[in-house]
Design a protein around this ligand. Sequence first.
Ligand SMILES: C[S@@+](CC[C@H](N)C(=O)[O-])C[C@H]1O[C@@H](n2cnc3c(N)ncnc32)[C@H](O)[C@@H]1O
Length: 263
Amino acid sequence: MMTETTLGYEYWGLLASTWDLWRDDTANWADRQLFLEVIRRYGEPVLDIGCATGRLILDFLGQGIDCDGVDISPEMLAITHAKAAARGLRPNLYQQHMEALDLLRAYRTILVPSSSFQLITDASAAQEAMRRFYSHLLPGGVLVMPFFLPWQPGQPLEADWSLVFEKARAEDGLKVRRWSYERYEPNVQLWHSKDRFEVVRGDEVIDTENHERSPAGRWYSQAQAVALYEANGFVNVRVTSEFTDAPAAEGDMLFCVWGEKRS
Ligand SMILES: C[S@@+](CC[C@H](N)C(=O)[O-])C[C@H]1O[C@@H](n2cnc3c(N)ncnc32)[C@H](O)[C@@H]1O
């Protein structure tokens, strides 16, 4: 049976192949505008870490922005390569763990979109990733990462199974359903997840796939995220609200942390 443990990466099978089907049109997502503004201010080259199926890197390359991508899932990277070829683009894509990032180039802007940094669950691996992000920045360059809080005090410790999407896939018209379940451990700021996929022909389920990640991710308060940046040498560290340039409010469930490498 395929699992994250046997494969060494989490985004496999139907999670990878239905990623774009689930996300649909992302052109107007708020993070895209913010990241374009970050690139305008801090410059190129840009590194998109956890680039997945290429939502941002292909968009940026299409605009003439010099951007490389990193992801640990060969299945996600294969989709990006195919989409790039269809658009006449030739991205530099690297299959690496962000906590073992080792590239020949340094960057003015490093982005870790969609809170993918929080997928590192081991605290020392997260520190190592921060060290590597810092060493891959040019002086004066910036690291911008969004963080989200999946749970807050007073909420239940479990989010019961719920339907994430049910859509027909383009290649064969078959319906795909995804359900998800999450459990939260506030004392260690970790969450655990299960996903179940079904492929349906008519009324018959012809394929199922189960994904389980325990732990699946780690969350950080704003102060903890700032401390992580500062402990790894970043300066001018600031926290902005959601995908804006405005200072974050204390209760924000989604915030971006910006940190610069000393010039
Ligand atoms: C939530 S998706 C990111 C989506 C994409 N950044 C976007 O904004 O559309 C997370 C991605 O991070 C990748 N990933 C997870 N853990 C990783 C790690 N430790 N190092 C590198 N990539 C990782 C996954 O394979 C997946 O493609």
